[in-house]
Design a protein. Structure first.
Length: 217
C-alpha cells in the first residue's frame, strides 16, 4: 500500500522529486534505507507515524466484518422448524430453485409427501432425497393426513400437549374405543379434531390410554 507524504513534510529545499512522488515507498523501505530517509527529510518521529498509520490501515482491511444474522434462519429456529440437516436434502427443486429452502423443515416435509402423493415417486427414494427415513416419512404422512400443513409443525416439548387431553376429551376417547375397538390412535385423533377442534398426536392418545389402564380402579 503506497504511503503518501505531504509536501510540507519534505525538505526546505522543496525537493518534490523521488520515490514518494511515484507512490512507490512503503513503511518497510523507510525503516531500512537511512540514505533515502535523509534524501526526503524524514525524521524518526515522522517515520514512526507512517509505520503506525500503515499498520492500522492494514489491520482494518484484514479484519473480516461479521456477516449479518439471517432473519429467516433465526425465525425458523425460534419456531422450532429449522431443519437440523439441510445438507441432506438433495431434491432437484431445492438445489436449483431459491423458493425451496432446505432449512425450512415444514416445507421439506410437505414437498417430500407431495413427491409421493402427486408425482408418484417411490417412498424410499423420496425419503432419501429429503433426508428422512421410511419410518419418518410414514409418521409425517399420518400427521399431515390428520391435521394438514399446521400439523407438520414440530410440537414444543412439555406439558402443553398433555393438557389438551382433558378429562372430557379422555372420556370421549374411551367411549370411542369401546364402541370401535379396532380403531387406531390415528382414527381417534381425527375424531378429536372433528369434535373439539384440537390436534392431538396419536402417540399422546396411546400413552394416555395405557396410563389410564394402569390406574387402579
Amino acid at each position: 500500500m503506497p504511503t503518501e507524504v505531504r509536501p510540507e513534510q519534505l525538505t526546505d529545499r522543496g525537493d518534490l522529486h523521488g520515490p514518494f512522488t511515484q507512490g512507490a515507498m512503503n513503511s518497510h523501505q523507510v525503516a531500512i534505507n537511512p540514505h533515502l530517509n535523509r534524501e526526503v527529510g524524514l525524521t524518526a518521529a515522522l517515520m514512526c507515524h507512517i509505520i503506525i498509520l500503515t499498520d492500522e490501515r492494514t489491520t482494518e482491511c484484514l479484519m473480516a466484518k461479521k456477516p449479518k444474522p439471517d432473519r429467516k434462519q433465526l425465525a425458523l429456529r425460534q419456531e422450532g422448524t429449522l431443519n437440523p440437516h439441510p445438507e441432506q436434502v438433495t431434491d432437484k427443486l431445492f438445489l436449483t430453485n431459491q423458493f425451496f429452502d432446505a432449512r425450512d423443515l415444514v416445507q421439506v416435509k410437505y414437498e417430500m409427501l407431495r413427491r409421493v402423493q402427486s408425482d408418484g415417486q417411490p417412498i424410499s427414494r423420496a425419503a432419501a432425497a429429503f433426508g428422512f427415513s421410511r419410518p419418518s416419512f410414514y409418521q409425517a404422512q399420518a400427521t399431515f393426513q390428520q391435521g394438514g400443513l399446521p400439523a407438520l409443525m414440530p410440537h414444543k416439548r412439555g406439558p402443553k400437549q398433555a393438557h389438551k387431553l382433558t378429562t372430557e376429551v379422555l372420556t370421549f376417547v374411551r367411549q370411542l374405543r369401546q364402541e370401535n375397538p379396532s380403531w387406531r390412535p390415528a382414527d381417534l385423533a381425527a375424531r378429536i379434531r372433528e369434535k373439539y377442534g384440537i390436534a392431538v398426536h396419536p402417540r399422546s392418545i396411546e400413552r394416555a390410554l395405557m396410563h389410564s389402564k394402569k390406574k387402579p380402579r
